[in-house]
Design a binder for this molecule. Structure first.
Ligand code: 5AD
Ligand code: SF4
Length: 439
């Protein structure tokens, strides 16, 4: 009988994509994925360290599986991803949850088949972590979640050391993938019917900076745009310090590159941005947004905010609200600042009290939501091409998909349309989605 596994993924798209590769490796080894966690022979938690609540989620799950391990000591419990990359936290969890059998990191998941073999042979706990790797993990089979859209890594790691962020410590330095490997992977996806790809990297606009030569992110967009069969190219995440005119020109010239930029601003105060080590000012950000909107028709912008960064004053926060009103973002991820191990901001003594952080967070949402809704309302009466992703979770006769500008659309339709690009006439709009009729 085949061995079974259960995998649960926390955090960003990078982790989701790593999980697709982990599943690919396990399937080649003859493992079968199941959704009943407690019956699996192997339970894997692919973890995230970006904020404290992501870390706490893992502890909750480990508390739950303790009983599973007691009832069935042969179950292998594995923890991988970003959390074990931090030595202190890794040691803490190994002491607190001694039943964990296997720990591997963001640079070692390709060794999983051998690690599992070693565990079954030796019956001993195995810890496989490489703190900082120069290697690129290539040619890993993937179990892709969708058959019409998929992720493609273009680079790994981050060099930016934003003062609040743990990623440079968990994912190491920037390493760009070889251009031809990316082109080949996207061509293969397009040939097997994929319509949309999302290029992944912590900072996609610095693609190529570490390679010999003068081939950069806009060049990659232009080359991928030529791949036949492919209809949409997305990418994330862009860093405001690395966006430029070439990038705007590439989006404008390439019909497959979507008219949506996710450009995390974090704060609207140049003082806070400097302390965050973001390397751009509020004015730089606004100038780019204005230029891009002028050049690219119907461009939508989404962003990330952190409220309550150490030392953030009421005036700094009001500058964030003013920036929100000026840019009129189409969507945003909003976060309350969370102290992270090893980061410079975590050591600051001028941390903002929780009550103030929450109060600012609420005010930020109150400012953002009416803008999202009003931007969506402006789409009413217009027709949009929508790539159909799935059946709607709440209404089974409804489908859900996204416009090119990344707006979520719900509409009545048959499940046979999943994976197709259709036209929808928008009739209703809310804060986070729109509704319409298939035309
Ligand atoms: N606290 C809160 N939010 C954070 N982010 C990164 N680190 C932290 C932190 N310590 C947010 C940033 C980033 C997004 C992926 O997560 O907004 O853009
Ligand atoms: Fe973290 Fe900054 Fe790198 Fe993004 S650019 S991963 S926020 S250090």
């Amino acid at each position: 009988m085949s061995k079974t596994y259960y995998i649960e993924t926390f955090g960003c798209q990078m982790n989701e994509y790593d999980s697709e590769k982990i599943c690919g490796l396990l399937n080649t080894e003859g493992y079968v994925e199941i959704s009943q966690r407690d019956q699996a022979d192997l339970i894997i938690f692919n973890t995230c360290l970006i904020r404290e609540n992501a870390e706490n989620k893992l502890y909750g799950k480990l508390g739950e599986v303790k009983k599973v391990k007691r009832l069935n000591p042969n179950t292998i419990i594995a923890v991988c991803g970003c959390i074990p990359q931090n030595q202190e936290i890794r040691e803490k969890i190994l002491t607190k949850y001694p039943f964990i059998d296997l720990v591997f990191g963001t640079n070692t998941y390709d060794q999983l088949p051998e690690l599992l073999y070693d565990i079954t042979q030796s019956q001993k706990k195995i810890i496989a972590i490489e703190e900082n790797s120069d290697d690129l993990i290539e040619a890993i089979p993937k179990v892709r979640k969708f058959h019409h859209k998929g992720f493609v890594n273009i680079m790994y790691g981050c060099n930016n050391f934003c003062a609040y962020c743990v990623v440079p410590y968990t994912r190491g330095r920037e390493r760009s993938r070889n251009r031809q490997d990316i082109i080949d992977e996207v061509t293969e996806l397009a040939n097997s019917g994929y319509k949309e790809i999302t290029l992944l990297g912590q900072n996609v606009n610095s693609y190529g900076n570490d390679l010999q030569g003068s081939y950069f992110f806009p060049d990659l967009l232009r080359e991928l745009n030529e791949i036949s069969g492919l209809e949409r190219i997305r990418y994330m995440t862009s860093h405001p310090k690395d966006v430029n005119d070439d990038f705007i020109a590439a989006i404008k010239d390439c019909n497959k590159v979507c008219n949506h930029i996710h450009l995390p601003v974090q704060s609207g105060s140049s003082k806070v941005l400097k302390e965050m080590n973001r390397k751009y000012t509020k004015e730089d950000y606004l100038a780019f947004v204005e230029k891009a909107k002028r050049e690219i028709p119907n461009l939508s912008f989404s962003t990330d905010f952190i409220v309550g960064f150490p030392g953030e004053t009421e005036e700094d926060f009001e500058e964030t609200l003013a920036l929100v009103r000026q840019v009129r973002f189409d969507a945003a991820f909003t976060f309350i600042y969370s102290v992270r191990p090893g980061t410079s901001a975590g050591k600051r003594e001028d941390q903002i009290p929780d009550t103030i952080k929450h109060e600012r967070f609420d005010r930020l949402l109150k400012t953002l939501y009416p803008i999202f809704e009003s931007n969506n309302k402006a789409c009413i009466g217009h027709d949009y091409t929508v790539l159909v992703d799935d059946v709607s979770k709440n209404k089974p006769d409804y489908l859900t998909g996204r416009t090119e500008c990344h707006r979520l659309v719900h509409f009545k339709g048959d499940a046979s349309l999943i994976g197709q690009v259709v036209k929808v006439h928008i009739t209703k709009a809310r804060t986070w989605y729109m509704e319409g009729n298939l035309i």
